[in-house]
Ligand binder design. Structure first.
Ligand SMILES: NC(=O)c1ccc[n+]([C@@H]2O[C@H](COP(=O)([O-])OP(=O)(O)OC[C@H]3O[C@@H](n4cnc5c(N)ncnc54)[C@H](O)[C@@H]3O)[C@@H](O)[C@H]2O)c1
Length: 254
């Protein structure tokens, strides 16, 4: 399949957790492909800084605050996106948090916080864009789950695994309901990717042990996730929906 560098021209994308890491690389890839991008993050400074950095690429990029766990915050984000760019075609639900706490020590508060951001946040963002996508008859929703959702997290606790597994269920249910409206909904399940989330929660020795056990013995890059998200957002990916796509160097083969 030929790569069309302007394949997303005219499309408008909202990327949550876009201020750094995987979300930043996804925002860059979509902007590079011609999309107008709203980089949304609870860390507003990082969202604005990333938007500034990406402004040199072909699309228009703005940074905006969002706390995906708060319904009002999510609806003002979508309002800003609509007021600025006039439409929303692509939603990438990437914002997420991870704690390594073991099951016996997980407080109810930490459990609820993880579920609220990693799962309820995706529900809130998805619900907010559906009427907009329904009206235009086109939509691409990409949910960033994890290998954790397909098996058990390498680093994260039970709350992280549960939230990412739940996200795969939400992806399938939404895909089935939204297919007749021209909206596809897919999940990407990354293995260990080189971002602050992975690097700050592990030691170099522990990391090396993981890498040595992978068939492709290295960390994945945020850009590799960006490429896959980009493909799912193109017209060529119109027949893919409800899928959970693994990208993990062969760490998990199912
Ligand atoms: N790095 C990995 O190894 C890995 C592997 C599998 C899946 N993932 C998933 O990929 C996604 C991105 O992870 P990353 O490694 O880039 O992490 P990261 O911590 O580097 O970035 C996460 C971003 O989400 C933002 N965020 C957190 N809570 C938010 C909220 N309530 N509202 C809006 N934004 C919020 C943060 O400010 C940050 O900018 C996450 O969903 C994560 O679970 C990461």
């Amino acid at each position: 399949m030929k790569y069309d560098p302007a394949g997303l021209k005219g499309r408008v994308a909202v990327v949550t957790g876009g201020g750094r890491g995987i979300g930043k690389a996804i925002s860059a890839k979509l902007a590079d492909a011609g999309a107008k991008v709203v980089v949304a993050d609870v860390d507003e400074d990082s969202a604005r800084q990333t938007a500034k950095e990406l402004a040199g690429l072909s699309g228009d990029v703005i940074g905006s605050f969002v706390d995906v766990a708060q319904e009002e915050s999510v609806s003002s984000l979508m309002k800003i996106a609509l007021e600025t760019f006039g439409r929303i075609d692509i939603l990438v639900n990437n914002a997420g948090i991870m704690f390594r706490t073991r099951l016996m020590d997980i407080s109810l508060d930490e459990w609820e916080r993880t579920l609220q951001i990693n799962l309820t946040g995706v529900f809130l963002c998805t619900k907010a864009v559906l009427p907009i996508m329904k009206e235009s008859g086109f939509g691409r929703i990409v949910n960033i789950s994890s290998s954790a959702g397909r098996s058990v997290s390498t680093l994260g606790g039970a709350h992280y695994t549960a939230s990412k597994a739940g996200l795969l269920g939400l992806t399938r249910a939404a895909a089935k309901e939204m297919a007749p409206l021209g909206i596809t909904v897919n999940a990407i399940c990354p293995g260990l990717i080189e971002t602050k989330m992975a690097m700050e929660t592990t030691t170099p020795e522990e990391l090396q042990k993981f890498l040595d056990s992978f068939p492709i013995p290295r960390l994945g890059s945020p850009e590799e996730i960006g490429h896959l998200v980009h493909f799912l957002c193109t017209d060529e990916a119109a027949y893919i929906t409800g899928a959970s796509l693994d990208i993990n160097g062969g760490d998990l083969m199912i």
